[in-house]
Design a protein around this ligand. Structure first.
Ligand SMILES: [Zn+2]
Length: 165
């Protein structure tokens, strides 16, 4: 692993010396994080254990940001299920502060896919936009569900979004 990082570092130096590199920060310009820099969630989704796993992944990078709503906190995002043949496994809405997880696609999906969708939608609630194919924030379903597979784009995007909460 160490050797791999050294190679990537050298590549970054070569690329920065004249060749245009695609930006590593992909943010939406909005988020559902409260002024206390927390994203407190609650809701009626039957996939809540996958949301818990997704929260744990993001919190593995920045601890304590995403929290399950308690009696002492005000909910920042409501997580609900829908059942619609609309092409989306999950959707996150700024206006209604809602994450919808779509049973139409998730009911027959693997645990890995469910975890990926829940983690990805939490990323949108954190203010992250679609990123690259090696990222949790890939626009399609990816195998990226853990802190180990969180890409540098995911991390840089979260850092940037966090600095604007
Ligand atoms: Zn998305």
């Amino acid at each position: 692993m160490r050797g791999k990082y050294i190679v990537l570092f050298c590549l970054a130096i070569i690329l920065s010396s004249g060749i245009k590199v695609e930006a590593a920060v992909y943010v939406t310009g909005w988020d559902l994080v409260d002024i206390g820099k927390h994203l407190d969630y609650d809701g009626t989704s039957t996939y809540m254990n996958y949301v818990v796993a997704g929260a744990s992944t993001w919190n593995g990078y920045k601890s304590g940001v995403i929290r399950q709503d308690s009696a002492l906190t005000i909910k920042d995002v409501d997580i609900v299920d829908v059942n619609a043949n609309n092409g989306w496994s999950g959707m996150t809405y700024q206006s209604t502060k809602k994450i919808e997880l779509n049973k139409y696609y998730l009911s027959g999906a693997s645990n890995a896919k469910r975890t990926n969708v829940a983690t990805h939608e939490l990323g949108h609630a954190l203010g992250l936009a679609h990123s690259t194919s090696n990222s949790i924030m890939d626009s399609g379903i990816s195998g990226h569900t853990t802190i180990q597979s969180m890409s540098q784009n995911d991390r840089d995007s979260y850092d940037y979004a966090y600095s604007n909460y």
